[in-house]
Design a binder for this molecule. Structure first.
Ligand code: COD
Ligand code: ATP
Length: 229
């Protein structure tokens, strides 16, 4: 089995690309979804967040007010680091569990959608391929402002909290440009999918080669025995 790391910038189109990959039957693990699960009330990360950020970031239901926490961490780098230090170990543990699940289910590869893949670059070494969902800066800004109802300054602060997409694209082994319309993106995803399907899984290839060599050796031995006796 091999891992494919998929990343991008905030609102660059990761979910849009992932939706097509899922439609094609791919196994995808979404770090943003897991990030929501690990901060459910009474879990370890939740308690640590409340201890460090106070009860002002809670909704009446007791759940985390994501909008309030977002306004804090996207404008204060040290608070962002603190939240990352609390949540990332929990997110990574859960991702590993899900990778194992897909391995047991027999998937040949799993796609990990990790927004901060290139920022926390120690994760990239586990990936056979890395895919960047790119879009040009102006498109990213306007899509983010529209989707989240943010003013320009707020949206720029969120974008600035991540490595620029132009830097990330140099680090990725495959780039999907989502600056155009959805149909253009879909065509690029279909090409990526074909490439992944063709991609050789070196572990299985080595095992198959080993089995073939052992089989041939055995056959040669039997033939030699037959002709000698
Ligand atoms: C700050 C929070 C509460 C805002 O929640 P909200 O529902 O508004 O946004 P959501 O979780 O859907 O994230 C949207 C996007 O914001 C960006 N983003 C989220 N967290 C971070 C971060 N710590 N640093 C930089 N960018 C981030 C990512 O591009 C992500 O795809 C939430 O994002 C969070 O808990 N972040 C910390 C965990 C984390 O790093 N998540 C990213 C995936 S590992
Ligand atoms: N090709 C496109 N054309 C027009 N709108 C698009 C296109 N791709 C994505 N969008 C819109 O842009 C916004 C961001 O896209 P999407 O949610 O896929 O990004 P994302 O990278 O998953 O975002 P985040 O990391 O912030 O959760 C959404 O409102 C989506 O509908």
């Amino acid at each position: 089995m091999f891992l494919v790391g998929l990343s991008g910038g905030i609102a660059s189109g990761k979910s849009t690309v992932v939706a097509v990959l899922r439609e094609l039957g791919c196994a995808v693990i979404d770090a943003d979804v897991i990030a929501r699960e690990v901060v459910q009330p009474h879990l370890k990360a939740y308690q640590q967040i409340v201890r460090h950020f106070g009860t002002d970031i809670l909704l009446e239901s007791g759940e985390i007010n994501r909008e309030a926490l977002g306004s804090i961490i996207f404008s204060q780098p040290e608070k962002r680091q603190l939240l990352n230090a609390i949540t990332h170990p929990e997110i990574q543990k859960e991702m590993l569990k899900q990778v194992l699940k897909y391995f047991v289910l027999g998937y040949r590869y799993v796609i990990l959608d990790i927004p901060l893949l290139f920022e926390t670059n120690r994760l990239t070494k586990f990936m056979k391929h890395t895919v960047l969902v790119y879009c040009d800066p102006q498109t990213q800004l306007s899509r983010l402002m529209k989707r989240n109802g943010l003013c320009q300054a707020e949206a720029e602060a969120r974008i600035a909290s991540q490595l620029p997409l132009d830097e990330k694209r140099k680090l990725a082994s495959h780039v999907i440009d989502n600056s155009g319309d959805r149909e253009s993106t879909r065509r690029q995803v279909l090409r990526l999918h074909a490439r992944l399907e063709d991609s050789l899984d070196f572990l299985w290839a080595r095992l198959a080669l080993g089995a073939a060599v052992a089989g041939l050796g055995g056959l040669l031995y039997l033939l030699l025995q037959h002709f000698i006796s």
